[in-house]
Design a protein around this ligand. Structure first.
Ligand code: 6PG
Length: 240
C-alpha cells in the first residue's frame, strides 16, 4: 500500500499516528512490541516527532528497539545509525530497552552473529518483529542490502556482515544488516521515503521490471508493507 503525504514532516506524523495503533495492539497480544529502526537520514524526523510527543504518548516500557542495519563505525561516530537514533529519540525519552548493533566491533561477522543470537534470545526461533522500518537508497538498496552484494542471497541467516563497494557508501566497506528473510517475517513493514532524488528509484522499484539483484528493495514482500512517501518521492509513479 502507498501512503502519500505532502512532505517528510507530514509523513512522519502519519507514521507516529499509526504506531499509536500498532504498538498497543502488539502489547495487548504479546506483552511487548519489537520495533526495528532504519538508518540514514529520513527516519530522523520520525524519531524527533516521537520524542516531541513525549514518553506518555506510547507505552515505551513495553517497546523494544532494534536496528535493521549498522555501519561498521563506533557508536559515537557521525555515520552511526545508533548515534542518530540515540540523539533524536533514545536519549530524549530516556529509553532503555534498546539493542544497538556493535558497529565498532573489530570483527563485523562476529558482531552480526552476536546480534542474531540476541534476536533469537528475545523473539524465539522464528523471530517476528512487529514493525520493521526501512528506507530506500538511490541505488535501490534497503537496510544494507545493496545491489550485487552477498547478503541478497542469504536465506539461512537473519543478520550478516555484508561487504559493499558502492558510490553510495563512498567505496569499499562492510555493513551489518538484517536479511530479507527476517524483514519479510515482520507483521508490519514500513518504508519511509522522501525527496525528489528518490523518485526514479521508487518508480523503478514499484513499477519497473522485477530485478531484485539490482533493486534489492524488491526483495521485500508486498503483503503487509506500506510505503510512506512524500509527494516529491512519488512524483514519477504512474500506476499507483
Ligand atoms: C543506512 C540505511 C539505508 C537508508 C537508505 C536511505 O544505514 O543508510 O539503513 O538503507 O535507509 O540509504 O537513506 P536516507 O534516508 O539517508 O536517504
Amino acid at each position: 500500500m502507498i501512503s502519500r503525504h505532502a512532505d517528510l514532516a507530514a509523513l512522519s506524523r502519519a507514521v507516529a499516528d499509526e504506531l499509536a495503533v500498532i504498538v498497543p495492539s502488539a502489547i495487548k497480544a504479546r506483552g511487548v512490541a519489537h520495533l526495528v529502526l532504519s538508518g540514514g537520514s529520513t527516519p530522523k524526523r520520525l524519531f524527533e516527532e516521537l520524542a516531541q510527543r513525549g514518553r506518555g504518548a506510547l507505552p515505551w516500557d513495553q517497546i523494544v528497539l532494534w536496528f535493521g542495519d549498522e555501519r561498521t563505525v563506533p557508536a559515537d561516530h557521525p555515520d552511526s545509525n545508533y548515534r542518530m537514533a540515540r540523539e533524536a529519540l533514545i536519549q530524549p525519552l530516556g529509553l532503555t530497552r534498546v539493542h544497538p548493533i556493535d558497529g565498532g566491533a573489530a570483527d563485523p561477522a562476529a558482531a552480526a552473529a552476536a546480534y542474531e543470537q540476541q534476536i533469537y534470545a528475545e523473539l524465539g526461533e522464528l523471530p517476528t518483529f512487529d514493525v520493521v522500518f526501512l528506507g530506500l537508497g538511490p541505488d535501490g538498496h534497503t537496510a544494507s542490502l545493496f545491489p550485487g552484494t552477498p547478503a541478497l542471497s542469504v536465506t539461512d541467516r537473519i543478520c550478516v556482515a555484508n561487504p559493499v563497494d558502492s558510490p553510495v557508501t563512498k567505496g569499499k566497506t562492510t555493513r551489518i544488516t538484517m536479511t530479507a528473510r527476517v524483514i519479510n517475517a515482520a507483521r508490519h513493514i514500513r518504508f519511509l521515503i522522501a525527496g525528489a532524488d528518490k523518485a526514479p528509484t521508487l518508480a523503478a522499484v514499484l513499477e519497473g521490471p522485477r530485478q531484485p539483484a539490482h533493486l534489492p528493495a524488491q526483495l521485500i514482500r508486498e503483503l503487509e508493507c506500506t510505503w510512506y512517501v512524500d509527494t516529491a518521492a512519488a512524483s514519477q509513479l504512474t500506476k499507483i
